[in-house]
Design a protein around this ligand. Structure first.
Ligand code: SF4
Ligand code: SF4
Length: 243
């Protein structure tokens, strides 16, 4: 799950993924999300994260990846190799060529306000909730992988093999696309995402970007922060400081 690239490459590189046709394996029933949310989802909230790369250690990021795998059930695929392996959250090293400063980033779906993955999806499987969380409806996904090509963050994975022992809240299926859900099944119960909970410091802050009393809102008002590929004007829900 490790990648190394310099800062300029990282900022400029667009991902490209081979397109193909896939079908959901017969006999698999996939639900969208087993949400227990009793409160209507509205656009009065916008969930987001602020990741401080000066505070986040490599061990923290490894812990975030492990927590995501454990929570969502990916990472134990038996037959997928190399680029076929799912990667909902990745550890990236970004080097500033001018100063030599190396930053470690945790990179997952950026939950864009204007998500290209949603724009290109021919079946509306890629969708954005009113509160900004971007998801894939596994019932509607036909595995065309247009969304993977459109995503500038290489945030999505394609399931190449038949899976077993899946999580009840996160059914996955061969021939469909998946990515970070911002742990919507936890967020809808008032909990924080698993990766955030795994970090034993305030290096990652999760919360409602619109809530002026939230820690994330207040912190964003006082520290320098950046969006990855801000030039694309996607208004990402994931923000970084220290880069
Ligand atoms: S990061 Fe990629 S997958 Fe996530 S919302 Fe943006 S375009 Fe879609
Ligand atoms: S929010 Fe949940 S799904 Fe997304 S990277 Fe963190 S643990 Fe994984």
């Amino acid at each position: 799950m490790n990648k190394t690239l310099n800062r300029r490459d990282f900022i400029k590189t667009m991902s490209a993924t081979t397109i193909g046709v896939a079908t959901v394996a017969s006999g698999i029933t996939l639900t969208t999300f087993a949400s227990t949310n009793k409160v209507p989802v509205t656009n009065e909230k916008r969930w987001g994260m602020l990741i401080d790369t000066n505070k986040l250690t490599e061990a923290d990021i490894d812990g975030m990846v492990s927590a995501c795998q454990k929570e969502q059930g990916w990472g134990s695929e038996l037959y997928s190799t190399g680029n076929q392996k799912p990667g909902w959250i990745k550890k990236l090293k970004v080097k500033d060529k001018a100063t030599g400063k190396v930053s470690n980033l945790a990179l997952m779906c950026q939950h864009c306000e204007e998500p290209p993955c949603v724009d290109v999806c021919p079946t509306n499987a890629s969708m954005k909730r009113e509160d900004g969380i971007v998801l894939v409806d596994k019932h509607l996904c036909i595995g065309c992988r247009y969304c993977m090509m459109a995503c500038p963050y290489d945030a999505r994975s394609f399931v190449h093999e038949t899976l077993r022992n899946q999580k009840e809240h996160m059914p996955r299926g061969k021939g469909t696309v998946e990515s970070c859900t911002m742990c919507v099944h936890k967020v809808d119960k008032g909990e924080v995402p698993a990766c955030v909970a795994s970090v034993n410091s305030d290096a990652v802050i999760f919360g409602d970007l619109y809530d002026v009393s939230s820690k994330i809102n207040q912190t964003l008002k006082t520290v320098q922060s950046a969006q990855i590929r801000a030039d694309l004007n996607l208004n990402t829900g994931i923000r970084y400081s220290g880069i």
